[in-house]
Design a protein around this ligand. Structure first.
Ligand SMILES: Nc1ncnc2c1ncn2[C@@H]1O[C@H](COP(=O)(O)OP(=O)(O)OP(=O)(O)O)[C@@H](O)[C@H]1O
Ligand SMILES: [Mg+2]
Length: 507
């Protein structure tokens, strides 16, 4: 966008927000113009979601002003914000898993039949409209099935469709792409570009820097609850953007193409022969050795998560064998996997992960305590020390380990979930998308931490949709395609080599 309209459609100025006396936003301003995509950037805990919740009436600001089309407004609830024309997809998608896809899209405003619209719900009409909305996102699914029967990615798309279903002047998307694959992101971006061209103002949060440059016109950067600046995208390249977010230039991490130690004896911690699950995974041989990070290269649906679930006892194999330290093992549930020294950090922190009401400390010690059993409870002091150790090591932003984890920012919850599994000091650590929702600086720290753990003798299976991360951190890359292992690549292989193997025709 070269010529911004003369007046912002939405303007915030001098916004202050405190929680329990702790200041989270100080004098923050934001200007959204009609017909622009505006990226709101900042590290985990910088205050992005809080700012969004203030402007959509989830939280009341402690100071500052807001105007819409030049008129002062102060929405007291998300419903009021929506009535004013502000449509939002929050970071923690809050849909109802037991309702149908269509019901989720129209919850609270079902179309009705009858003279005054007061008769009965127009189910057929609702389902048809839901199908039409999803078609805009190129999604052809059965809208009468329950939402929970679909993947996280589809659920995210449904949340977006819901936001698109109302007439709005401002559309706000807080990390809408975290679970989407490249194709889905493209489709979403096509829709966003169209809406922008129709004059909508779009505010967009993401930790994927390429996406910022693919879609946005302007960028606002927050750091530690303060406004760093507002920039046209052409004036803020990726390096400068990171520096603005972090407050310093980011040093190159150590996590660059680790070279395997040839001297070291290869000791398999877990190995499989012809391990398979009908419809999910073709027979696979894989060896995971102490001191080694094995990356899984493959596209969404290639069988990466399925392999992780089989190894961890979350799914049962139809054939093949698993050996743990050379001994045949039948792992039929996660508790057994943990007893064998395995850990799995799952991809969906909301459904498989954090317990929002429990404290950061309780969330971190959860898996360790389960392994130790109730008879051998960790003392309070031990628990606190352990939790504090990981809060420091992973840079989890919280005032206190007794804070309910639900009050942490999304990225910081993700770090605490990783800490839970690190605390079990496993011999094999399986990481399924561990850096989802994590900011650029923290991503690098986490990759360095993974390499340090491997150096200390841990075996690591690393799954990430970001191929650049896989090639950076892995000593060996196992490539999957269509639920089949199609090859292995050594450390130092580039992203292209992995994509090449994925794309190669089977002969
Ligand atoms: N309801 C709340 N009560 C107390 N503290 C809160 C609450 N909501 C947010 N915070 C704190 O405010 C700070 C900013 O959180 P916010 O969720 O806005 O960060 P964010 O920029 O969205 O980060 P992320 O990239 O991880 O999503 C964090 O330190 C968080 O712990
Ligand atoms: Mg957030």
């Amino acid at each position: 966008m070269t010529n911004p309209a003369p007046r912002p459609v939405l303007e915030l100025s001098g916004i202050d927000k405190r929680f329990f006396g702790v200041s989270v936003l100080q004098q923050v301003g934001l200007r959204l113009y009609p017909g622009e995509v505006h990226a709101l950037m900042g590290q985990n805990g910088a205050g992005k979601s809080t700012l969004i919740k203030v402007l959509t009436g989830v939280h009341a600001a402690d100071g500052g002003a807001m105007s819409l089309d030049g008129q002062p407004v102060r929405p007291g609830s998300p419903q009021q914000a929506q009535a004013l024309g502000i449509s939002t997809v929050y970071q923690e998608v809050n849909l109802c898993p037991n309702l149908s896809v269509a019901e989720n899209i129209f919850a609270g405003r079902y179309p009705r039949l009858g003279a005054l619209g007061a008769w009965r719900i127009d189910w057929a009409g609702m389902n048809r409209q839901a199908r039409e909305l999803l078609a805009r996102l190129n999604l052809d699914i059965n809208v009468t099935r329950t939402l929970s029967s679909y993947s996280v990615a589809v659920q995210q798309m449904v949340a977006i469709a819901r936001a698109l279903s109302v007439e709005a002047k401002v559309l706000i998307l807080d990390e809408p792409t975290s679970s989407l694959d490249t194709g889905e992101v493209q489709r979403l971006f096509d829709v966003l570009r169209r809406l922008r061209d129709e004059g909508l103002a779009i505010l967009f949060v993401t930790h994927f820097l390429e996406q910022v440059y693919a879609i946005s016109d302007r960028i606002t950067v927050l750091r530690n609850g303060t406004l760093v600046g507002e920039y046209p995208v052409a004036q803020l390249g990726p390096k400068a953007l990171i520096a603005a977010m972090v407050g310093r230039e980011l040093a190159e991490g150590q996590s660059v193409n680790p070279v395997p130690d040839d001297q070291r004896e290869r000791v398999p911690v877990v190995s499989t022969t012809a391990l398979s699950q009908r419809g999910q995974l073709q027979p696979i041989d894989i060896e995971l050795c102490a001191g080694e990070v094995v990356g899984l290269g493959g596209l969404l649906g290639s069988g990466r998560t399925e392999l992780a679930r089989l190894l961890f006892g979350l799914a049962s194999p139809d054939g093949g064998e698993v050996r743990v330290r050379g001994q045949a093992a039948r792992i039929t549930n996660p508790a057994e996997a943990v007893r064998h020294g395995l850990a799995l950090c799952p991809e969906d922190r909301k459904t498989d992960g954090i317990v929002a009401e429990l404290s950061v400390r309780e969330n971190i010690i959860l898996a360790l305590q389960a392994r130790a059993g109730l008879r051998r409870c960790l003392s309070d002091a031990q628990q606190k020390a352990l939790a504090e150790k990981y809060v420091k090591a992973l840079g989890i932003k919280t005032n206190d380990v007794e804070t309910p984890i639900g009050l942490l920012s999304g990225g910081n919850q993700q770090k605490a979930l990783l800490a839970r599994w690190l605390a079990t000091d496993p011999s094999l650590l399986i990481l399924d998308e561990p850096t989802r929702g994590i900011d650029v600086a923290a991503k690098q720290e986490i990759m360095d931490e993974i390499l340090r753990l491997a150096q200390g003798g841990m075996a690591v299976l690393f799954i990430s949709s970001e191929m650049s991360e896989v090639v950076r951190v892995s000593h060996r890359i196992v490539v999957l395609r269509d639920r089949n292992k199609v090859g292995e690549l050594p450390a130092g292989s580039g992203e292209q080599a992995v994509y090449h193997l994925i794309a190669e025709e089977t002969t």
